[in-house]
Design a protein. Structure first.
Length: 410
């Protein structure tokens, strides 16, 4: 069966440009801006450089950059009338180039706004299709347009035990080697959904039922339709991650929110009954303006929610190291399957008292922290607001991750 590309087709958007500079050759010029993906998620660690001037910078955790240079002699146009080229580079995305034709570019008065398209990838073993949809998304807004559905099931998997639904909003994907290894080892189908009608969630998930049946037929795995599910969403994709446990808790094993944009997504009815993990970057502007960790504490206290947070020290809206994130996410998924999925495929109910608890992160102290963990009955802190962890094995992984330096990978 022919594999389909799993990338959206976008036009790059470049808006007006840099901060002030002078016309004289010896004066210092400052260039500022923000870099995003095509879904408006800020991109950290993007390399920004300019030729022929030898200068470069990296975007910060919230996608902002600034660099200064002194042009020396006035930049002269080449045969094509170009005096300089700004280049933006990040793994997993196509390079973006801005060609500058005169010095007036540097005196527009507005920061640059650059959007980078994802790499056009085709992966063996992935099948899918694009279809028009008309829905109401997780933000209660009408959403029309094309929706993309794709699935990856390793050849070695004879029967799918569970399906991992990922919104391709932001970092979500089904091509990462760590995810595909997880799919093979645990007999999991990786399902991605993309497009305005689906990527931020739906108020009626049954609208995807016919499309899941089609994926099941295309992949040769009819059991995909009824498989228990895990969900993942980044930023506004949290609406996607939360809508299935909210509407179909009887099918949901667990759900993960990575750096959510809004608190409301975390509070959908029924979601507290399903194990969940909310990952937060301590320098993410959305976190600093929203304090989603306080929302989770409130849900733990008022709903006895099966929820935990993980605060990533020094991390912004996007991941510093996707490998580290996916390894941790996979451990959460394995724990959910270990604790909740019976040999007969039926889901076991959650008993909060049978789990472990973890101390809450101290935002005022910041940095990496050693957070206390203990079985529920032995935890010495406030049980009502502590992080709820599924079992001892995951609790130890969770505790270690809280001490991880994402810049060094350990």
């Amino acid at each position: 069966m022919k594999c389909l590309p799993i990338f959206p087709l976008f036009l790059a958007f470049l808006s007006s440009t840099a901060s002030m500079s002078a016309e004289e050759p010896g004066e210092l010029i400052t260039v500022t801006g923000k870099v995003m993906d095509t879904d408006d998620n800020w991109l950290n660690d993007v390399k920004v450089s300019m030729k022929p001037i030898e200068t470069e910078a990296m975007t910060d955790p919230n996608g902002d950059f600034v660099f200064e240079f002194a042009p020396g002699e006035k930049l002269e146009p080449n045969k094509r009338g170009i005096i300089a080229t700004l280049k933006f580079e990040k793994e997993g995305h196509l390079d973006e180039n801005i060609r500058i034709r005169n010095m007036n570019f540097f005196s527009k008065g507005k920061p640059l706004e650059v959007k980078m398209k994802p790499d056009p990838l085709e992966e063996e073993g992935i099948v899918g299709f694009t279809t028009p949809m008309n829905t109401v998304n997780g933000m209660d807004k009408e959403a029309k347009g094309d929706a993309e559905f794709h699935v990856y099931i390793p050849e070695s998997v004879e029967k799918v035990r569970a399906a991992f639904y990922l919104s391709r909003h932001g970092m979500g994907n089904i091509v990462h080697p760590i995810l595909q290894k997880f799919a093979e080892e645990e007999k999991v189908a990786l399902v991605s959904m993309y497009g305005d009608p689906v990527q931020r969630g739906l108020t009626d998930v049954s609208l995807t039922d016919e499309h899941m049946k089609k994926l099941a037929e295309m992949s040769g795995h009819p059991e995909l339709v009824d498989a228990p599910i895990l969900t993942f969403g980044h930023s506004n994709g949290t609406g996607f991650a939360a809508c299935w446990p909210a509407q179909r808790p009887e099918k949901s094993l667990g759900w993960i929110s990575f750096h959510p944009g809004f608190n409301a997504y975390l509070q959908f009815p029924n979601t507290e009954k399903i194990p969940s993990m909310v990952m937060l970057g301590t320098v993410d502007k959305y976190f600093l303006n929203g304090r989603q960790d306080d929302t989770v504490k409130e849900l733990r206290k008022t709903r006895d929610a099966a929820m935990c947070t993980m605060l990533e020290a020094g991390v912004g809206h996007g991941p510093v190291d996707p490998d580290i994130v996916w390894e941790f996410v996979v451990e959460f998924c394995k724990a959910a399957m270990r604790v909740r999925l019976g040999d007969d495929g039926e889901l076991k109910p959650i008993k909060i008292e049978d789990g472990w608890l973890g101390a809450t992160y101290n935002v005022d102290e910041s940095g990496r922290q050693l957070l206390e963990i203990a079985p529920y009955a032995e935890f010495k802190g406030d049980k009502s607001t502590a992080n709820w962890l599924m079992d001892e094995q995951f609790a130890k992984v969770w505790q270690k991750y809280a001490q991880t330096d994402h810049l060094k990978g350990k």
